[in-house]
Design a protein around this ligand. Sequence first.
Ligand SMILES: C[S@@+](CC[C@H](N)C(=O)[O-])C[C@H]1O[C@@H](n2cnc3c(N)ncnc32)[C@H](O)[C@@H]1O
Ligand SMILES: Nc1nc2[nH]cc(C(=O)O)c2c(=O)[nH]1
Ligand code: SF4
Ligand SMILES: [Mg+2]
Length: 272
Amino acid sequence: MPVSETTDRKAVAGLDGTASESDRDDATTDPNGLPINELFYSLQGEGRLAGTPSVFVRTSGCNLRCWFCDSYHTSWEPTHAWLELSEIVAEIETYDADHVVLTGGEPLLHERSADLLDELASRDYHTTVETNGTIYRDGPIDLVSISPKLESSTPTPERSPSDEDDTSWERRHEADRIDLESFTALIEDTEFQLKFVVTDDGDLPEILSVIAELRDAADVPIRDDDVLLMPEGATRERLAETRGRVAELAMEYGFRYTPRLHVDLWNDAPET
Ligand SMILES: C[S@@+](CC[C@H](N)C(=O)[O-])C[C@H]1O[C@@H](n2cnc3c(N)ncnc32)[C@H](O)[C@@H]1O
Ligand SMILES: Nc1nc2[nH]cc(C(=O)O)c2c(=O)[nH]1
Ligand code: SF4
Ligand SMILES: [Mg+2]
């Protein structure tokens, strides 16, 4: 369901498909629902559940701005419709699936995401939350899939997709992307995976240092098996450039490699 094209009845920001400046990056607490960019059925393309048929709920709005973000219309130019939780659950139930992936944008920005997770838990869905890990929110999650953002994701002027001559997002992204306290709280609560987007060999020292700091801080073990290296690439062409080296790095360091099955299968098509 391409919900970003739905017209809706409530007179709130974002209904026309363009979020207002004020709700562009802020947490939403709307008592009735969530800003939804798309809701669709596909195969989980990433991580330890790759290949699992799943319903994807993609919220809009993000507190970071990765230059490579493959969901541009949830971060750099957010678009969405507002859906009430009951509408989201009803749409999920139209699919014959046991797994739901809550993603974004940054789904944990929104207070109502925790309520949606409650609703899904009460219906016995297995839930994965895809998150950058910088916002802790208490809620029933079966697998928290944390993708900590490395320095190589920062939107410097050379790699920013925005034409604006404004470094505020570069500074904000750099300041907020690593939050050990939040990472720790998330992994101590829930089954987890740490899924790093790798652009090249230069990312490995930072990955090793984030893992070392997290191992010091957390009360739960972090096995090499919990660490996944994922090649950067929103298109088949770009993945063809990155994945070979990332696979070699996974073998060299003993971490897991995760493919991006959906990109292999459907390239960068929406709702896949
Ligand atoms: C769009 S994000 C949404 C969830 C959350 N904001 C996050 O970053 O984890 C979903 C997943 O796609 C990954 N991702 C985004 N752009 C990518 C790219 N160009 N190549 C590889 N992975 C990418 C993110 O790291 C994350 O694991
Ligand atoms: N098929 C598919 N699998 C995914 N796993 C995580 C995704 C995401 O955007 O969070 C994603 C996605 O966008 N599509
Ligand atoms: S944190 Fe996730 S949604 Fe936000 S800009 Fe980065 S990849 Fe996109
Ligand atoms: Mg995706």
